[in-house]
Design a protein around this ligand. Structure first.
Ligand code: FE2
Ligand code: FE2
Length: 283
């Protein structure tokens, strides 16, 4: 298993049998970093789970093809059409001619703002649908929190790995492979912050009704939880994350940073830049 010492951004690491996370992270001052991950399941019929962000397209493709031959990729499961998940979709479709795209009608429509998704390569996979990938049957399920209406998580009953998409999003003090490297406070604060950041509408929810949705999702009984914006969760951190998720409707909303914050950051940045030295004459 990848440790903190051996962790490198965009270098895939194994999280379960034939299952790999492709990690990336965005610097997010002043709260640390946000993971920006994708996943590959290299079974009998290899599956890409999301396609990474366009900002690192070349590196993401290289990382993915270090795990699986693009000609072997049989499925591309697109959780939703946000840029951090669908940003390299056309490049992936071009390099994986044998892959079928598992998506939704609304995702295709939303992506039409930017490109035409080849409809003859698509298969609709909505909440509750399954796909037979040869040696495993994967399940699509709407997660409790999301920032896009087309979102479906993906559960692999063969490995008990759950790709939770944007649910369990967290800031991290530094990029890391597993949430086990976070302190208890960092873990709790990160879950409460990330959840409210991704889905501020959680404050509008009836806690009891939301709790039922959370429990239903928890009943997938995932043993490993990966997601786009979280290091991998295992062991007791999984029930703890679900408990924190259940609490979110009762937690006061996160207050956005304001222009005063931005002014302060700009002033701090300016004062940390050394004054320009006068140029020597004659240049
Ligand atoms: Fe999203
Ligand atoms: Fe996301």
């Amino acid at each position: 298993m990848t440790t903190l010492d051996s962790f490198t951004l965009l270098q895939p690491y194994k999280i379960a049998e034939e299952t790999f996370v492709i990690p990336w992270a965005l610097e997010a001052p002043p709260v640390g970093h946000f993971p920006m991950n994708s996943m590959v399941i290299r079974g009998a019929e290899p599956i890409l789970v999301d396609t990474g962000a366009p900002a690192v397209r070349a590196q993401w493709l290289e990382a993915a093809w270090s795990v699986v031959d693009p000609l072997d990729v049989r499925w591309i499961f697109l959780t939703h059409d946000d840029r951090d998940h669908a940003g390299n979709l056309l490049a992936v479709l071009a390099e994986c001619p044998n892959a079928t795209l598992l998506t939704t009608w609304f995702s295709i429509g939303r992506m039409a703002e930017e490109w035409d998704t080849p409809i003859n390569r698509c298969r609709f996979m909505t909440d509750g649908d399954t796909i037979d990938a040869g040696d495993r049957t994967l399940v699509a399920k709407r997660p409790p929190l999301y920032d896009n209406p087309t979102t479906r998580a993906l559960f692999d009953p063969k490995t008990n790995v759950l790709w939770a998409v944007d649910t369990f999003a967290t800031n991290v003090p530094a990029p890391m492979p597993e949430t086990a490297a976070m302190s208890p406070d960092e873990f709790r604060d990160g879950q409460l912050f990330g959840g409210r950041l991704v889905s501020p509408w959680v404050a509008l929810l009836d806690a009891q009704k939301f709790g039922t949705v959370v429990t239903d999702f928890q009943h997938l009984n995932a043993e490993v939880i990966a997601g786009c914006h979280c290091p991998v969760l295992r062991g007791p951190q999984i029930p703890e994350a679900y408990d924190l998720l259940r609490r979110l409707p009762e937690v006061p909303p996160w207050t956005e940073f304001t222009q005063a914050d931005l002014d302060q950051w700009m002033a701090a940045a300016e004062s940390s830049v050394p004054p320009e030295q006068p140029r020597p004459s004659g240049t």
